[in-house]
Design a binder for this molecule. Structure first.
Ligand code: SF4
Length: 700
């Protein structure tokens, strides 16, 4: 109440962090956010987690970039960075916007002329709005003339999307999180929602309280397991073995949905044959789950009136991530657990706009709405609309771009809001690549680890400083509204994109995000019916929404799947191990992930005072027996080495892990987990294996 009296205005927006997409209200006075409250949005029902509620004062942090910066000619790009955040001007000098934009575009044009279109690449961001992501991919495709454009979806659910597109023709979720109210059984696999999707976790917990059966499958026993009826703590990287065994049991017990298989799928005979060898008895020693538990879970999942599967990056971030997802899709299809309220498939999306950034084409192989760049008819359509000639070949993905830089094939990049110098696997390799670029343009709000390698830095806007649309994990397009102005000379990202486009020779006449959104509606059938005015009035509309007045479909695939013939494809997946297994030299397994209080590479949350006070230091989670084995007490420091790098970090005792595994959050620059991770890729999704590599440890 005191806050309400002090604030001069309330601005309704959405949370800038995770894909749950909680709606919130900024309470603002004198261009400053006083506090944040949850709103009664469809995904949050007034709730917010600690990040949404307290993680807002990063916007006024003293390290905000407020002027364009150009690298001093005598400042080398160090591969091992001195993270002197307080002195960004050591290697850079301040510049006017005019000079910085000219420098930025001139450098890119020079490489384009000398090296050709594929000498350039761009990383956009899932933290930006749909309009920013759409314009960014359009700029890369029409000004650079290449499809070398990607973003962090590659590091997140690219494998899930590959499997979903292949098997059911759509890369998004089939049902929203709130559908758990209509489910009987909820399966959570490879997901730690209490930390990563905290408000969604409250829906799961409430469902469990209301008598729904909650089944948790994860190599690490996290908080949500306390609410579960069944906890399957399976061995890391054995998802395919476990899930195939569950499907084998379902077939053996004749719990498949014969009608659904007959009418809605193809490939069952091949899948059934493939599953013959995956008996629960044979798979039990591999996955570490007793055969009787596999039979029991198979019976519960298949016999329920409605079973929903939610999965996170424990499924997707493997070299067999696409196969992991294929198994989950097969499971839902053979039991008919899809196409109705209270069942279905839901890959929990990570960033607040990773669904939207993917939808609008921030992906090297597809234009907006997943329309393939190598389909001549589709390409012609986009060429007519964008009035240019487009590259007919799919571009390179995130890690492939780093390899192409090492090979000298890519020499210039434009990176908007992404931080690959922290988020990419095998950081020594990624940082060496960034340091060797001839010209790197970075657009961001802080001197991120990636900005340290830039030739020019364009100071951008933080989330509450701009208006745009964001699409949450439920396929819900929501309006984020500007609450405050940017500091100093920092500009809105959309304005910077327009200025960059002009400097690169494009004739764009957008007057703001509404114009961009209207163009998106023309090329994206999924959102054709959503108007800007409706979003302003209602704040959220779910796609597919084909025509104005369409209420939008929250549950899809009710009649058919969006594939030729309308049927889903059952695709068998064979069990294989991780790329780098423990051995005598590196005997332990590293699992990386997030913490409740911090977000991804920590650029925002480590500068949010409450969040950083709660979790100020790098810490690895280690089983107490393993700590004892190496002569340490919890809290003392540990050195972790892999074949690619090493870090020193504090420790915390965690009985949720098996003694052979260590969990390390990836948000701490001083103990960057990705120094250790393996950049081996899933062949379909091109996602790296963040969830498994071999390490050794010692006292530090
Ligand atoms: Fe924000 Fe996600 Fe927390 Fe909701 S659950 S407040 S969207 S971080």
């Amino acid at each position: 109440d005191v806050g309400n009296q002090l604030a001069d205005k309330q601005v309704h927006s959405v949370c800038p962090y995770c894909g749950v997409g909680c709606q919130l209200t900024y309470h603002v006075k004198d261009n400053s956010i006083l506090f944040v409250e949850g709103r009664n949005g469809p995904a949050n029902h007034n709730r917010l987690c600690v990040k949404g509620r307290y993680g807002f004062d990063y916007v006024t942090h003293r390290q905000r970039l407020t002027k364009p910066l150009i690298r001093r000619s005598d400042a080398p790009k160090h591969i091992e960075m001195d993270m002197d955040y307080n002195n960004p001007l050591r290697d850079f000098r301040e510049a006017s916007w005019e000079e910085a934009l000219e420098f930025a575009t001139k450098g890119l044009k020079k490489i384009h002329k000398k090296q050709g279109p594929n000498g350039l690449a761009g990383f956009g961001s899932a933290k930006g709005s749909n309009e920013e992501a759409y314009l960014f991919q359009k700029l890369i495709r029409t000004a650079f003339n290449t499809n070398n454009v990607d973003h962090c979806t590659r590091l997140c659910h690219a494998s899930s999307v590959a499997a979903l597109l292949q098997m059911i023709g759509s890369g998004a979720v089939s049902n929203p999180v709130a559908d758990v109210a209509d489910a009987e059984v909820i399966v959570l696999i490879g997901s730690n929602p209490t930390s990563n999707h905290p408000v969604a976790a409250t829906f799961f917990k409430n469902a469990a309280r209301d008598g729904k059966t909650l089944i948790v499958m994860d190599p690490r026993k996290t908080d949500i397991a306390r609410y579960a009826d069944h906890v399957l703590q399976f061995n890391p990287d054995t998802d395919v073995a476990m899930l195939n065994a569950i499907m084998h049991a379902i077939i053996q017990l004749d719990l498949v949905d014969h009608n659904f298989i007959e009418q809605r799928t193809e490939g069952y005979t091949t899948l059934k044959k493939h599953l013959q060898d995956y008996t629960p008895e044979r798979m039990a020693p591999i996955c570490g789950i007793p055969a009787e538990t596999l039979y029991e879970v198979a019976r519960i999942y298949a016999s329920a009136k409605g079973s929903m599967i939610f999965w996170g990056m424990g499924v997707s971030q493997h070299i067999h991530g696409t196969d992991n997802a294929r198994c989950l899709i097969n499971l839902a299809l053979i039991t008919g657990q899809i196409g109705r309220p209270g069942c279905g498939l839901h890959p929990l999306r990570g960033q607040n706009n990773v669904q939207g950034a993917s939808d609008v084409g921030l992906i090297p192989m597809v234009y907006p709405d997943y329309q393939r760049v190598d389909n001549a008819e589709i390409r012609k359509k986009f060429e007519a609309l964008w009035q240019t000639t487009l590259d007919p070949n799919p571009g390179l993905t995130v890690v492939e771009i780093m390899h192409a830089i090492h090979d000298g094939n890519i020499q210039g990049m434009y990176i908007m809001g992404e931080n690959p110098a922290m988020s990419d696997p095998n950081l020594n390799h990624a940082r060496t690549a960034l340091a060797s670029l001839k010209h790197l343009v970075v657009q961001d709000i802080f001197m991120t680890e990636t900005a340290h390698y830039a030739d020019v830095i364009l100071p951008a806007s933080a989330f509450p400083e701009k208006t745009g649309t964001f699409t949450n994990t439920d396929r819900r397009v929501q309006m984020g509204r500007q609450a405050i102005d940017s500091p100093g000379e920092a500009r809105q990202d959309l304005d910077i994109l327009l200025a960059m486009a002009k400097g690169l020779g494009l004739q764009w006449n957008y007057t703001g995000p509404r114009d961009v959104f209207n163009e998106m509606r023309q090329v994206m059938p999924s959102i054709a019916g959503i108007t800007w005015e409706r979003l302003e009035a209602e704040s959220a509309v779910t796609y597919p929404c084909s025509h104005e007045g369409d209420s939008g479909e929250s549950v899809i695939f009710q009649e058919q799947f969006p594939r030729a013939g309308g049927k889903a494809a059952l695709i068998p997946a064979a069990f294989s191990h991780a790329d780098e297994l423990p051995d005598d030299d590196y005997p332990y397994i590293l699992i990386t992930g997030r913490q409740l209080e911090h977000w991804h590479t920590g650029a925002m949350t480590r500068r949010a005072s409450v969040l950083n006070s709660l979790e100020p230091e790098a810490v690895a989670m280690v089983h107490p027996d393993l700590l004892e084995q190496i002569g340490l007490h919890a809290g003392e420091s540990i050195r972790i080495r892999s074949r690619r790098g090493e870090v020193v970090t504090g420790t915390r005792s965690d009985r949720g892990l098996n003694p052979g595994q260590i969990f390390l959050p990836f948000c701490y620059y001083e103990a960057a987990a990705n120094m250790l991770t393996n950049d081996a890729l899933d062949p379909d999704g091109k996602i790296p294996e963040f969830k498994f590599c071999a390490i050794k440890i010692e006292q530090a």
